[in-house]
Design a binder for this molecule. Sequence first.
Ligand code: ADP
Ligand code: MG
Length: 371
Amino acid sequence: MATIKAIEGRSVHQIQSGQVIVDLNSVVKELVENSLDAGATSIEVRFKNQGLDSVEVQDNGKGIAPEDFDTVALKHHTSKLSSYEDLTSLDTFGFRGEALSSLCALSKFQVLTARLDDGAVGKKLDFEVSGKLKATSVASAQKGTTVTVDELFYNLPVRRKELEKNIKREYGKVLSLLYAYACISVGVRFAVSNQMPKGKKVVAFSTKSNATTKENIVNVFGSKTLIALIKLDLHLDIEPSRGPNTQGARNWATQATDRSMEVRIEGHISKPVFGEGRQAPDRQMFFVNSRPCQLPQVSKAINEVYKSFNVSQSPFIFANLVMDTNAYDVNVSPDKRSIMLHDQAALLESLKTALTAMFEQTDHTVPQSTL
Ligand code: ADP
Ligand code: MG
């Protein structure tokens, strides 16, 4: 008798969903990115019990068209990408069409949406665990979309227990992630709040829609932060390396291997002056073409250079790498957390040289107060 059988569809859906939505952070990341992709200029994130009971993201973006209600939460259904080739010229955060369907599988999930031409009439959408549309009903709504995720992981007891145990830390991580989106998203107002059971609603932070990244940083971290910051603006011209690094280069990047690559690193960083950086909170945010992401190697390189000027402090870093879209790959893992940079070794070398040169020109006089 054959022992190899296909896993039943419902179970496959749950297995895959757990890789897209791995924690509270992924919920918030996916929903905020959807709002940004929808062209929102205002995004409100409301937590209940630090996200354990509920996470709600409300935007004033373009809303979801009634013709799309049936497919909006189906796995691998997206309005952003239609073929694999499109990945190299992607200008949206989303492209896998997995977030909403995964949330249907892992939480009590609901969408409220209204397009401008619907007037004040919105539609509330309810879904099956599979992501299939279950019911729609009329509800009053402002233009845009509100997505509610209640009781995350209610049907995965181990993950739910972990979440409950670590909720304080998880919520802290989520706030850090939101700081990054709020600071980089020029033209978008963010308002983040939390309500504890029986407690009052507390505003965690808010930014304005007509602010620069610098003003966003002030709104998020306080005005003292700026005293310690200088502008980061590095122009790197990276020659293609012929070493072992290019051996493993994948097809998507072969074009980029033959010519030099230009990378600009824009943002803000602490002055490497002893005593001044102290006023900057220990925050480090990295972006590739304004997409918040983890860049551990870039982080290490910048920190190393900073430490060579100031051993006793670690810097505030807000660094956006502006580069060709075919010089990196965002499709490394289902949760899109990591980014693979093409020719990373050469980029890091060039970055260290340029940052060292920039710091050497910075005024290193030790402030009187610290003498
Ligand atoms: P992806 O973002 O990869 O397309 P998602 O599952 O996150 O996949 O979303 C599926 C689709 O639902 C999106 O392609 C988009 O068309 C629509 N959508 C999701 N969230 C919003 C929103 N906040 N506003 C408007 N449309 C949305
Ligand atoms: Mg998405």
